[in-house]
Design a protein around this ligand. Structure first.
Ligand SMILES: [Zn+2]
Length: 493
């Protein structure tokens, strides 16, 4: 057997264990009774040790060296590149560092849960100092191995090929026009009145409504399901995708659009190339491309006028007896495009969201590259928040740099993916509209042409192409943020 074939079999083996880990993780978040947590966590830790051992077996070094001398088709070369990439990610860090970072991260995260409520930056900062120190060590090792700068080596984990030089250009441009666009949108919305839902919207009815929209979006219920969890996510494996949402019975707006978002992630997973199942080349291209699919569903399709009509009509059917003005398409449109300057990223609307991402990107870039000290973050946060959103977080740590869980365990480098995803989504829509009447398809209730386009250009490609190649083949050009700007201007101005 060739070394390449041996590597493929080995990758398949690893994917089986990853499959089980994904379903166990879903079960832990969505189904498991609380008392099962301790034993489950231990079992999952043992499973992840086993997976890591498989990923780092000594004979792999030789197989990779051998495989690179073998004659391979284009598809197999791409498959080898992606397998090797995952192998390098798994072997690059010394075990002692992985363990130290995991311990420091858990300690910081655990304490953060109470420190955030009491706005205790000084307590938090003591734990976080260690997380930042170890993250910088990690970045240094990754930088030496890849030849990238420290922060770019962290970016590379989530967005292979994207560098801070390219992000500085992209985001630098957004910073020029976004604050003014937010001002204008707010001015325009001053006259707008929208009715906020109040009252009881039973979870069972919300679920039925969500499922009717998943049907419209052609989610494959034979290969996936919808459940509930505290933090909504899309998990499982392409053959069995698990999405979750969270219902608040006092309103339905959040859970409904949350389901549309996760369905976008899910359809990408369900559409990945079946022939490459269990191979790294058959997986999603990057976090940014994954997010481009959820945001394509949530922002490009989900907030378009004909889709809003479907949402309103279906809501009427599921919430009979509710105020018909509340459930009108006009009110849905107003609710789902309301712009507000706020402190909290996860609550931000489509238009102010990029400001939150750019702020974090700039701070974590400088933090990991060593240009700023972790102690300077609150002040930096405040000054950027004033600059981009006109809000001050001076002394308000809990709504500033302590608002998210993400930095507590040293997950640096992936915030940019959110805004890259929004930009790719706008570009995909612009390209699709050149050959498909998207609004007409949505209005007809048969969205098939839209999904055929996404399947052909994005989903079926897995990771065979680089991100740049994928985007260029799909749209005729590499990432161009003008599409995003045009989309926002058309919707909000
Ligand atoms: Zn998402």
């Amino acid at each position: 057997m060739t070394a390449f074939k041996q590597l493929q079999q080995h990758a398949k083996q690893i994917s089986h264990f990853n499959h089980l880990a994904a379903i166990c993780g879903w079960d832990q978040a969505a189904m498991m009774p609380a008392g099962g947590n301790q034993a489950r966590s231990e079992a999952m830790a043992a499973l992840s040790v086993h997976i890591h051992q498989l990923q780092t077996q000594p004979q792999l070094t030789e197989w990779y060296a051998q495989a690179e001398t073998e004659t391979l088709t284009d598809t197999d070369s791409a498959a080898l590149r992606e397998m090797k990439r995952q192998w390098q990610q798994a072997t690059i860090l010394p075990e002692a560092l992985v363990q130290a970072k995991s311990l420091a991260g858990s300690k910081c995260e655990h304490a953060w849960r109470t420190q955030r409520g009491s706005n205790d930056w000084h307590g938090y900062e003591k734990n976080w100092a260690e997380v930042v120190k170890l993250s910088r060590e990690e970045a240094q090792i990754r930088a030496e191995a890849t030849g990238l700068s420290c922060y770019d080596a962290m970016l590379d984990i989530y967005e292979p090929g994207v560098t801070s030089t390219s992000l500085d250009t992209l985001f630098g441009d957004v910073k020029q026009w976004l604050p003014q666009m937010i001002n204008s949108a707010l001015e325009k919305q001053q006259q707008q009145r929208c009715i906020e839902p109040s009252g009881v919207f039973p979870a069972a009815q919300q679920k039925a409504l969500g499922q009717s929209i998943m049907q419209l979006l052609q989610f494959d219920f034979n290969h996936g399901r919808l459940d509930e969890s505290v933090h909504p996510f899309c998990g499982g494996v392409p053959q069995d995708v698990r999405i979750t949402t969270r219902y608040s019975e006092s309103e339905f707006v959040q859970s409904l659009m949350g389901i549309v978002h996760e369905t976008g992630h899910a359809r990408y997973e369900q559409g990945l190339p079946k022939l490459l199942a269990g191979q790294p080349a058959g997986e999603a291209r990057s976090m940014g491309i994954h997010e481009s699919q959820s945001l394509f569903f949530e922002m490009q399709l989900g907030r378009s006028a004909p889709f809003i009509e479907h949402l309103a009509n279906n809501a009427h059917q599921h919430f009979s007896g509710q105020d018909s003005k509340l459930l009108s398409a006009d009110n849905f449109q107003a609710l789902y495009t309301k712009v507000e300057r706020g402190f909290i990223r996860v609550d931000a609307d489509e238009l102010t969201y990029p400001a939150h991402v750019i702020l974090r990107y700039e701070i974590e870039r400088d933090l990991i590259n060593g240009a700023v000290d972790h102690k300077d973050i609150p002040e930096l946060w405040d000054s950027k928040m004033q600059q981009y959103l006109g809000l001050s977080t001076a002394g308000n740590f809990k709504d500033g740099c302590m608002q998210d869980i993400h930095w507590t365990d040293g997950a640096f480098g992936y915030f940019p993916s959110y805004t890259l995803g929004a930009m790719y989504a706008a570009q995909f829509m612009a390209a699709m509209q050149q050959t498909i009447d998207v609004d007409a398809a949505v209005r007809s209730g048969d969205l098939t042409p839209i999904f055929v386009w996404l399947e052909q250009h994005i989903w079926s490609k897995g990771s065979l192409l680089t991100t740049d190649q994928l985007v260029k083949q799909a749209t005729g050009e590499t990432l161009n943020a003008n599409h995003f700007k045009a989309h926002l201007a058309a919707r909000y101005l």
